[in-house]
Design a protein around this ligand. Structure first.
Ligand code: SAH
Length: 244
């Protein structure tokens, strides 16, 4: 009986990869995943056998991992961040249900929302929500409806998949929906390549965010109405009173 470790690698550096994730990679006979994520793993464990597939091959990748585990291998199926946040944990469990001999273990990781929030300050200290702007698996109308609800809810928002080559205008469309309810001066930010050598970030207003060029390596943060900029950092108050 093989084990299938579904591993969240974290945002990209060793410092934010959990001990559990590293241990699963070490224990595995083979590391399987999207090419860029397999490269993150093999940078640490260069001699591990790998099975890397291109973007969009999620079903094939998970099926391969389950098949190998059913054949007796220990397989690490790797995702960036956390495998349960816009990752493959759900699909892996669904496919593995057909192979009861496979022991599936989900290994949590530091998701982009948390890694990026730490770069910007403390934007997610109070209630927050994440929305993916990718309409690859979710229709845009559903995404737009969720954005309207969150704008009304008045909590901080973290946007994954804010743009790609095929949908360069999704962030602008999302900001236009938010601006129907939220102030143009709402404190916002973005982080690109969190935890990697090329890390970049910026703090800006919601009006400025609308025209900001972002890509699929970026996570975007829209503050709550109470979020402020403190010494260059985004801070969402939790309610503590420090004056007086
Ligand atoms: N499972 C991943 C998310 C996959 S969806 C996680 O938990 O983080 C892919 C999106 O995640 C990207 O478009 C981007 O918005 C975000 N992302 C992933 N890694 C990132 C990083 N190192 N820096 C900034 N954003 C990142």
């Amino acid at each position: 009986m093989g084990r299938l470790f579904v591993v969240g690698l974290g945002p990209g550096d060793r410092a934010t990869m959990t001990h559990g994730a590293y241990a699963a990679l070490e224990a595995a006979d083979v590391i399987c995943g999207y090419t860029a994520y397999v490269e993150l793993a093999t940078a640490l464990l260069p001699h591990k056998p790998t099975h890397a597939t291109g973007m969009g091959g999620e079903l094939e990748r998970c099926a391969w991992a389950v098949h190998e585990a059913a054949a007796g291998k220990d397989v690490a199926l790797v995702c960036s961040g956390d495998a349960g946040v816009y990752g493959l944990a759900g699909l892996a469990l669904e496919l593995a249900a057909k192979e009861p001999s496979v022991d599936v273990q989900i290994i949590p990781g530091v998701t982009a929302a948390l890694a990026g929030a730490a770069v910007l300050g403390a934007p997610l200290v109070n209630d927050f929500c994440t929305i993916s702007l990718s309409d690859y698996l979710t229709p845009w109308e559903t995404i737009a409806h969720r954005l309207r609800c969150i704008a009304e809810a008045g909590i901080a928002l973290c946007l994954y998949n804010p743009a790609s080559r095929h949908r360069p205008d999704h962030l602008r469309k999302a900001c236009d929906i938010l601006l129907e309810v939220r102030d143009a001066t709402t404190a916002c930010g973005w982080v690109r390549n969190a935890g990697r050598a090329e890390q970049q970030h910026k703090v800006l207003t919601l009006a400025e965010l609308r025209d900001e060029p972002v890509d699929m390596l970026t996570t975007v943060f829209v503050g709550a109405p109470q979020t402020t900029i403190v010494n260059g950092h985004l801070v969402t108050p939790r309610g503590y009173r420090i004056d007086g």
